[in-house]
Design a protein around this ligand. Sequence first.
Ligand SMILES: [Zn+2]
Length: 332
Amino acid sequence: MLPFKLIYSEKYFLPIGEHVFRADKYRLIRERLLREGVAEASDFLEPQLASEDDLLLVHSPFYVNKLMEGGLSAREELQMEIPYSPQVVEAFLLHTGGSILAAERALQDGVCMNLGGGFHHAFPDHGEGFCMMNDFAVAIRVMQKRGKIRRAMTVDCDVHQGNGTAAIFGGAGQKAGTLPSSGGGLEVVSASNGPAKDVFTISLHQEHNYPFVKPASSIDVNLPDGCGDEEYLAWLDNALSSGLRQFEPELICYVAGADPFCEDQLGGLNLTVAGLKQRDELVFRAARARGIPIMTTYAGGYANRVEDTVAIHCNTVIAAAEVCRAETTAER
Ligand SMILES: [Zn+2]
């Protein structure tokens, strides 16, 4: 049995047809976790649909209405890059409900993983880049509204910048210089943290990739094409330490994209499967060492072979379990 819960529904499948975004990955991840004995059936929790009121904490009434009534224009559908249908809306509502449940359980158990979500390209008033609703931004706002937390941090390690998240929470970016690491030219933009800032956003991504306009996160690490494991991990370590020095979150929301992988069709970084697992361990250890509850969402993953995407996502579960178990051993 895992030391935390996994949130999953077979209705996470998005009916979007032949697509580079393999919406069957969620089912394949669950099957692999069970087959390999990483998880058992009792580790899984079934989410409920997010409500319209939940969505309205992040998304504009006009946009939510268009989603519910099927009123998206052809241009808006094109920008989302997935076909609109009421079934797709329902699946996104379920992923969002999954992130709300994951946030709740993370606050209760210390760790929780939504085996879905991570739709970081969804803005308040529109969707883009396969993302219709920003599930984890909604989850953070729901936790704040319920009085469970005041401050949260997002740590987005998808290969694509978290533009929707940055737009929602505001980066108020100011150039804060370059973090002292290998290779120069990497730009870190750090927020001027006004007293009202309640969500701190970190994004590590490939600079020369979608989205071409990148609204400022609190910390943006613009990585060069072909960046490998070692360099990536050094930057992540720097960004996490820097972020956690500036800001004390009561919840970390980790966006564990599988697309920094070297064989990803939509990514241009050069991480290995092992390097991605080290990345996960680094994030979980940073949270756990400080006693900060952490929830995870999956975001992208478009490896040439879907099995690689599935293996990388499963490793995130394994990494979290190993970090938690190592603490228990150390306590004995
Ligand atoms: Zn991505």
